[in-house]
Design a protein around this ligand. Sequence first.
Ligand code: SAM
Length: 278
Amino acid sequence: MTTLPPIREVIARHGLAASKALGQNFLLDEQLLARIAALPGDLSGARVLEVGPGPGGLTRALLRAGAKVTAIEMDRRCLPALTELGEAFPGQLTVIEGDALKLDHNALMNGQPFHVLSNLPYNVGTALFVRWLGGPKDGQSWPPLWQSLTLMFQREVADRIVASAGEDAYGRLAVLAQWRAEAKLAMKVHRSAFTPPPKVMSAIVHVTPAAMPEGVSARMLERLTESAFGQRRKMLRQSLKGVPGALEALANLGIDETRRAETISVAEFVAVAKALSA
Ligand code: SAM
C-alpha cells in the first residue's frame, strides 16, 4: 500500500484551517474513509467523480481502491495537497478547480459511466443531489451516466431521502430519489468523526439507478409532488385542485381523495403522474 503522511499532517503542512463558509468538516480516520470508499463495491479501474476532496482524505481511500478519480474542489488552498496526492498515484487523479454546481459532470467524465462519492458540503449537497436525480429543471436522460451515488448528508436530509410514505420525513425528496432509483441509508456517521465536528449527525446515502417507469413525465411527477406536499397536511382533493385532471385520475385509480400527501406511496404518485402524462 502506498505510504502517505497522516491527513492531519497534510492539513497542518498546507495550512488548511477549515473554512466555515465552504462547509469544511474534514474526515481524518483512514479506516472510516476506507469503509466509505468500499460502499459502492469494487472500484478497481472504475471512474469516480468526487466533489469537494478538501485535503484528500476520501480521495486517497478511493485511489488506494484503484479508482481513477476526477475531483472538483473550489478551495484553491487545497490544490497543492491534492497535487502531491496525485503524484503518489500516477495517472489516477485529475483535479479540477471550480464550483461543482456550475460544471457539466457528464462532460468532465468524457461521457463515460462513473460513480460519484462525496463528503458533500452541506450547503450544496441537496442541490447537487437533485441535479443528479434529474430534478425540476434538469432534463437528465435515464439511466444516467452515473452508476451510483455515495453521499454524506446531514442525518435529517438522509432520512428525508430514504423515507417511506407515512413517515414524518417523507416528502418530495423521497419521491424524487425513489421513483426511478434505489436509495438506502448505508452508514451513520457520528459528528465526532469530523474535524471540526459539525452541530448535527451525518449519514451516508447510497443510490443506484433503477428502471424508469414507462409513460411517466418527470415534470408531471414533479408538479404533482410540489402541489401535494406544498400543503402536506391538507387532503389531496384540496392540494391537487390546481392540477388539471388530477382528481379524476385519483378516482380512476381508486385513491381516496381525502388522503394526505404524506400517505401516498411513491408507486401511487407514479401511477397518478402516468395517468396525467398520457
Ligand atoms: N472530502 C473531504 C473530507 O471528507 O474530509 C472534505 C469534505 S468538506 C465537508 C467539503 C469540501 O467541499 C471542502 O473541501 C470544500 O472546499 C468543498 N466545496 C464546497 N463547496 C464546493 C463546490 N460548490 N464545489 C466544489 N467543492 C466545494
